[in-house]
Write a protein that binds this ligand. Structure first.
Ligand code: ADP
Length: 441
């Protein structure tokens, strides 16, 4: 570098000194010094023009040759251009690799921009979602996937779950669609063919529904006859009392399971509640608490307080009643005598929350995530002894889903539990609106 500066200065002086000397000889020193300077400036301008032409040509290998400082400039720019080219080739190779990988994925993958406009899609997106790579690029996805379920999923802009839709080109195919936000205002839509899983799920639901339905009548008949026999006055009942009591208890338990399974099946196949009736919570909960107290064994007591004044919900009264009954009766069942249960309604920015808190036996942390599964019980023997079916919380969860609500469970073993039903603001009805909505019916 130092060498090239010296050589550049030597070249400049080699032009300027002779011009000045000749200028002195011919008595025109300034003019010839200016001429010498013009030659130097002209040379540098020529090199700048060569440099620009070279960069513009994009051909790194045709590097101009020059001496002095310009040899360093060409060498440095050449290195920069080469590094740039290497990086570009590397990125192109990576992009091609990514595209090949994305094409190999059997699930549909669509990259979306801030307005959900399509930026890129893989081959499976064409097959599963009916999207065309060239024609549909730039189109908002909401204009192309018209299913109402997808539209409301997209409008909610909360992408922590999935939505199941029918494939646009073939309604026999079920797709599970998920949107994942990434970067700044960018989204990745992924769709998976879940037809087989959907069919298996339907077979399972149909099987449970059919078995439950078929068992319902025989169980009612058996239960009825056992009840009649228990009240027989010919002396038969006395002899068989223990057996008849057990038969009555067990057939009652089976009837309970069958009824709960049928309710679950109907909840699973019912469409989501759009609006529903006005449910006045204080009335429903007072009845539920009275019924819960009635099932308390003799000599036992629980202190139950209700604070749900002026709380009204839009929904299916029977379904909501069944969900709340399960929560309140569980609190009563799993709280020892002398304990207390609080039923409260809280309005927060999340919406309305019905909270059932007890000072009962509590639930260990590892069981909490599985509590709403069918037949999941912390202690199956104890649940049976308390007359439980293991389906109560599964029913509560489904009812809440039907009402766009969800269940939250907090519990500390040995201290008690708190079950919260969180309803979104659109399910709430203010006291002032009650007559207006009722009149409109
Ligand atoms: P079950 O009919 O057995 O009560 P649920 O689905 O209603 O079925 O409840 C599932 C399990 O969750 C119960 O078996 C019990 O172990 C536990 N559980 C539910 N509510 C409570 C509660 N309030 N306190 C302690 N454990 C509870």
């Amino acid at each position: 570098m130092k060498k090239s500066w010296i050589s550049e200065i030597q070249r400049t002086l080699a032009v300027l000194i002779p011009s000045v000397l000749i200028g002195i000889l011919v008595e025109r020193p300034y003019e010839l010094a200016a001429l010498g300077l013009a030659v130097v400036v002209g040379y540098h301008l020529y090199q700048v023009a060569r440099l620009l032409r070279w960069i513009g040509s994009g051909d790194i290998r045709s590097r101009p040759r020059a001496g002095g400082i310009w040899s360093v400039v060409y060498a440095r720019v050449g290195n920069l251009l080469k590094n740039n080219e290497d990086r570009r080739l590397k990125l192109t190779a990576m992009l091609a690799q990514f595209q090949r990988t994305a094409e190999a994925i059997p699930d549909a993958v669509v990259a979306l921009g801030p307005l959900y406009e399509i930026r890129w899609l893989n081959e499976a997106a064409g097959t599963l979602l009916g999207l065309r790579p060239h024609q549909d690029t730039g189109q908002p996805i909401q204009n192309l996937l018209r299913s109402p379920e997808f539209q409301s999923y997209l409008n909610s802009a909360v992408f922590d779950g999935k939505v199941e839709i029918k494939a646009p080109r073939d309604d026999q195919i079920r797709l599970s669609v998920r949107i994942v936000p990434y970067g700044e205002d960018q989204y990745l839509l992924m769709a998976q063919d879940v037809t087989e899983r959907h069919l298996l799920e339907r077979v399972r639901k149909d099987f449970v529904a059919n078995v439950s339905h078929e068992l319902r009548t025989p169980l009612t008949v058996i239960g009825g006859f056992v009840e009649n026999m228990r009240h027989d006055e010919s002396g038969f009942a006395e002899k068989w009392q223990r057996a008849l009591n057990l038969m009555g208890q067990q057939s009652g338990r089976m009837q309970g399971i069958v009824e709960d399974l049928l309710l679950l099946t109907s909840l699973e196949s019912a469409p989501r509640q759009k609006a529903g009736e006005i449910v006045v919570l204080s009335e429903v909960l007072e009845e539920i608490v009275e019924e819960a107290k009635a099932i308390l064994p003799d000599g036992e007591n629980r202190e139950i307080s209700i604070d749900v004044a002026a709380a009204n919900l839009l929904g299916n009264p029977l379904q909501l009643r069944s969900a709340f009954t399960n929560l309140v009766t569980n609190a009563v069942k799993y709280t020892p005598s002398g304990g207390s249960i609080d039923v409260r309604w809280i309005v927060s920015e999340r919406g309305g929350i019905l909270e059932v808190t007890d000072t009962g036996e509590g639930i260990a942390k590892e069981h909490l995530p599985r509590l709403t599964e069918r037949f999941y019980r912390v202690d199956a023997g104890r649940s049976r002894e308390k007359g439980g079916t293991g389906l109560g919380l599964a029913i509560a969860k489904h009812v809440l889903q039907q009402h766009n609500a969800h269940l939250e469970i907090e519990s500390v073993l040995g201290e008690g539990s708190c079950f919260r039903c969180v309803f979104p603001p659109e399910q709430l009805v203010s006291e002032a609106d009650v007559p207006r909505i009722a009149d409109a019916r």
